[in-house]
Design a protein around this ligand. Sequence first.
Ligand SMILES: Cc1cc2nc3c(=O)[nH]c(=O)nc-3n(C[C@H](O)[C@H](O)[C@H](O)COP(=O)(O)OP(=O)(O)OC[C@H]3O[C@@H](n4cnc5c(N)ncnc54)[C@H](O)[C@@H]3O)c2cc1C
Length: 281
Amino acid sequence: MDIYVLIKQVPGTSNVKMDEETGTMIRTDTENVINPLDENALQAAFDLRSGFAGSESSPRVVAVSMGPRPAMGALREALAMGADAAVLLCDKAFAGSDTIATAEALAAGIRHQAGITPGQPLPDDTLIICGERATDGETGQVGPMIAALLGLPVSTYVRRIETVERGGELSLLVERIVEDGFERVRLALPALVTVVKDINQPGFPTLAGKIAAKNADVPVLGPAELGIDPAIVGLGGSPTRVIKVFRPKFSRDTRLHTYDNSGKAVGALVEFLGERGIGLN
Ligand SMILES: Cc1cc2nc3c(=O)[nH]c(=O)nc-3n(C[C@H](O)[C@H](O)[C@H](O)COP(=O)(O)OP(=O)(O)OC[C@H]3O[C@@H](n4cnc5c(N)ncnc54)[C@H](O)[C@@H]3O)c2cc1C
């Protein structure tokens, strides 16, 4: 079984700067971290893997990220936490990708790792786990879009995952949060799930994990290696157009009145409200 965990590197600060000219995020000079829900996705994969401990069909957990070179840091962190392998999709052709172009690249990355070409199905024992949303873009679209591109069933807002084996066939039983409670859904594999924070408490990298991660070979792939047309990714492959990005400017009309007694202050306040049609009866 292969479990692909999608890891997005996001700014580790709420002070995100935007390039108002291009409408894109300025990702240099900010400290970057793994998108917090992707750590939950990783932990969910590790928990499933530990259910197969000692078995020949123990899943291989592969961390996949698309992003600029520094995203390698997020992948090494994922390896240090326990991922078995990682792959970075990085090329200038990917720059400016919107959610659909991001999903195209990530779907191609998964196909490449699974050794299949577009149109071929993923092996039955494949699971893809994403965070429900990323803290920067926050659309929650990438996971379901990848599922659509790969023709997979998808379950979102998942807070619990179990594998079920029946007649030698593996499927998933998941619990997903809905407005008034939760739903239990059975999913045939291959499938994609997006997870919420309630699913688990992510672990920490170990020292041995950090050492192994430092020396691990992480392939860096672009459109040529993935066998995709560069025109379907990056700004050119992104139907979304950011017309304008700006910081909202708050302008408040503040007047300060000072009175030497509260009677005058209340009178002035009543007059002020009256001028705005807010009368006292
Ligand atoms: C016109 C346009 C131009 C853009 N240009 C740029 C740009 O130049 N540079 C830039 O960095 N962003 C750019 N973006 C933002 C980019 O589209 C989003 O960051 C990206 O599509 C992911 O969307 P999201 O953050 O909403 O992810 P969500 O859908 O909220 O993420 C859900 C989950 O999907 C997975 N995921 C999402 N993105 C990735 C990823 N890259 N790698 C691995 N897993 C992932 C993670 O598991 C994550 O938890 C642009 C967006 C638009 C609309």
